[in-house]
Design a protein around this ligand. Structure first.
Ligand SMILES: C[S@@+](CC[C@H](N)C(=O)[O-])C[C@H]1O[C@@H](n2cnc3c(N)ncnc32)[C@H](O)[C@@H]1O
Length: 209
């Protein structure tokens, strides 16, 4: 069996398990963000296998991801290998940027936000959704205790325990979105919470005209 076939198998199980862990809500959570973004040219930052492709409508979509194996499984027409911190695009070339379940993996959120601001046209918008902890110390502690047990077990079930222990740890990587995105060059329009206990956060930002 080739590596490509093995990766495809793992990526398929990974997508299915993620869907299960979010109780099948992961696409609905992506859509609450995509539905607030303008039409035109959209960058899917950290696009992975293209899980969001079906909800982009008739936008012109460019899929960017550092993992060529993920992009190989993405059926989007325009696929670019790269990272959010150094976007390989000209200034003011996109109407919208969308990013789902990626921000925990970034080396630099500030660097990525500066790049997003650079490639957006004046008035362009960015929408982000990611996993974190619920608001409030007690709810966050309860959630932390839960994911320390559930995620390693879920990962073990698909032979990917280490990846899911990593996921558990990254949930504490960032402060809440209002704090995380307070000092970007974009205007933070709105943040909101989704999912059980509100452990999923979403944010909408705009580049000034
Ligand atoms: C959990 S997946 C999410 C994929 C897709 N956005 C989705 O909604 O299913 C996280 C993705 O972020 C990508 N990623 C990791 N570091 C990145 C970076 N610095 N810039 C852009 N993407 C990154 C990974 O390769 C992976 O495809």
């Amino acid at each position: 069996m080739s590596n490509g076939v093995v990766f495809r198998d793992i990526a398929g199980r990974y997508d299915r398990l993620n869907s299960l862990l979010s109780l099948g809500q992961d696409q609905k959570w992506r859509d609450t963000v995509v539905s607030r973004l303008p039409g035109g040219r959209l960058l899917d930052l950290g696009a992975g296998t293209g899980a969001a492709n079906e909800i982009f409508g008739d936008r012109e979509v460019v899929a960017l991801d550092p993992a060529p194996q993920m992009l190989a499984l993405n059926d989007g027409r325009q696929r670019v290998v790269g990272v959010g911190e150094a976007l390989p695009f000209g200034d003011e070339t996109f109407d919208a940027v969308f990013s789902a379940y990626v921000f925990r993996n970034l080396d630099s959120v500030d660097g990525t936000m500066a790049e997003i601001a650079r490639i957006l046209r004046p008035g362009g918008m960015a929408g982000i959704v990611d996993l974190g902890r619920p608001e409030g110390e007690r709810a966050a502690a309860l959630h932390r205790a839960g994911t320390s047990v559930v995620l390693p077990l879920a990962g073990m079930s698909i032979g990917a325990r280490d990846e899911y222990v990593y996921l558990h740890r990254t949930l504490d990587k960032h402060p809440p979105p209002d704090e995380l995105l307070a000092n970007t060059p974009l205007t933070l329009l709105e943040t909101w919470r989704l999912g059980p206990m509100g452990f999923v956060w979403a944010a909408l930002l705009r580049r000034s005209t």
